[in-house]
Design a protein around this ligand. Structure first.
Ligand code: GCU
Length: 404
């Protein structure tokens, strides 16, 4: 009895902060609201443990090695009737024949450097707008069909570029397949192999998959933007839709230079809580897209209870930077309620910093954004998509946080 009491006191002392490195690795946070006592406790103990979990078990670690990348401006011109400057830049990755082609539209009447939305695209830079000057993205899905198959501008409903420019923001994009083709091809056509150790031919179970590589490439675009005088690189919001929303969250977590992080309909493996098993599940996503996450993530197939932390932890890792989670009313596959609950359950971490989160909020009605704090959420009417309505909310949110 006596020794039991002594052990309990010792354990309590260790956990109460008497010992800075409390043994949090074994704590099971589950999907609960992340309530801690202080910013210090969060930053010193829980944040590193949660980060390590996402790195080792979900998205895979990014390599420590740096590969030289040279930027070359390939083209520059005027667009949208003179409202914007179009700039296209090749980021040439040493050791690869395929450069990342970055497309930028920058407000031409800006008095100084412009804040920007960086958003990866699905179908090719040339699909975000019919502008004939846009360079065809290497490896974009429609390039497989030869020159006749190129579908310029087909995704333009997702890209209200003129509205964004009129609001004073630059739009910067790169294509996902340019960086790492979205298929389970053993990472043969991506930059992964440039980072392999001698004799390695596939990522280790705790090393990055495709989402990791996409997020890495967004950081490389950020590196370029830091040198581009027309971009206010301290005010860049990273945005992504769906699988690219999972990517924008991971990019925002791994790279603190992104001042705002926006997840649009990111669903399973993005903002949605996995434990709910509503719509897409961990097993389903790993089966359909085995290349997106690290191999360790398969441990949680039909075993969500074993996740030490759910996706609310991912959102909390962005704190204290503003984060916006958005859902669509007909997007059951992405589990709107699970996305909302993640934002709510991450909120106590924001509140530790004295910032407004969503603790106590109830799921808002359709088209009734909750966006007056540092954690924002809306449920747009309609299907899985990113629309002008979504962008209008992101612009308002960025205006507020960027003091515009
Ligand atoms: C599929 C996939 C989702 C993903 C979506 C998308 O529906 O199951 O996880 O978010 O594609 O990227 O559009």
């Amino acid at each position: 009895m006596k020794s039991c009491l002594i052990t309990s006191i010792l354990c309590a002392l260790m956990l109460c902060g008497a010992c800075e490195q409390a043994p949090v690795a074994d704590i099971h946070y589950g999907a609960e609201p992340l309530k801690f006592k202080s910013v210090k406790e969060w930053e010193k103990q829980h944040r590193p443990a949660i980060m390590a979990f996402f790195e080792n078990e979900v998205y895979g670690k990014m390599p420590e090695k740096n590969i030289p990348i040279k930027a070359e401006v390939l083209e520059e011109g005027s667009a949208f009737g003179g409202k914007a400057i179009r700039r296209q830049v090749a980021l040439k990755v040493e050791g690869s024949d395929i450069p990342m082609i970055v497309l930028m539209y920058i407000p031409s009447n800006a008095k100084g450097p412009s804040p920007a939305f960086l958003c990866m695209n699905f179908k090719g830079n040339h699909n975000v707008n019919p502008d004939p000057e846009i360079i065809i993205s290497p490896n974009a899905p429609d390039t497989k069909n030869g020159p006749e198959g190129i579908t310029r501008g087909v995704a333009s409903s997702r890209w209200p570029i003129e509205m964004i420019i009129d609001s004073g923001y630059a739009v910067v994009t790169v294509n996902r397949d340019n960086v790492d083709p979205d298929s389970d091809d053993g990472f043969k056509n991506s930059y992964h192999s440039l980072f392999y150790k001698e004799g390695q031919s596939y990522p280790e179970p705790d090393e990055w998959g495709t989402i990791g590589m996409w997020a890495w490439s967004l950081s490389r675009v950020m590196d370029y933007m830091e040198d581009d005088k027309s971009i206010d690189h301290k005010h860049v919001a990273v945005v992504g839709h769906s699988r690219l929303g999972k990517t924008s969250l991971w990019a925002g977590v791994t790279d603190p230079r992104f001042a705002i992080v926006i997840s649009n309909n990111s669903g399973c493996g993005g903002a949605a809580l996995s434990i709910r098993k509503h719509g897409e599940t961990v097993a389903k996503i790993n089966k359909s897209f085995p290349h997106w996450f690290c191999d360790n993530y398969n441990k949680y197939n039909d075993n969500e209870e074993a996740l030490k932390i759910d996706q609310q932890g991912l959102i909390a890792l962005i704190a204290p930077r503003p984060v916006y989670v958005a859902s669509a009313s007909l997007d059951d596959w992405a589990d709107p309620e699970g996305e909302f609950l993640s934002a709510v359950n991450a909120s106590p971490v924001y509140e530790l910093y004295g910032l407004k989160g969503l603790t106590g909020a109830t799921m808002p009605g359709i088209n009734s954004p909750l966006q007056d704090g540092h954690v924002a959420y809306h449920l747009r009417e309609g299907k899985h998509d990113i629309t002008s309505y979504d962008w209008e909310q992101y612009i308002k949110f960025a205006n507020r946080h960027f003091g515009r």
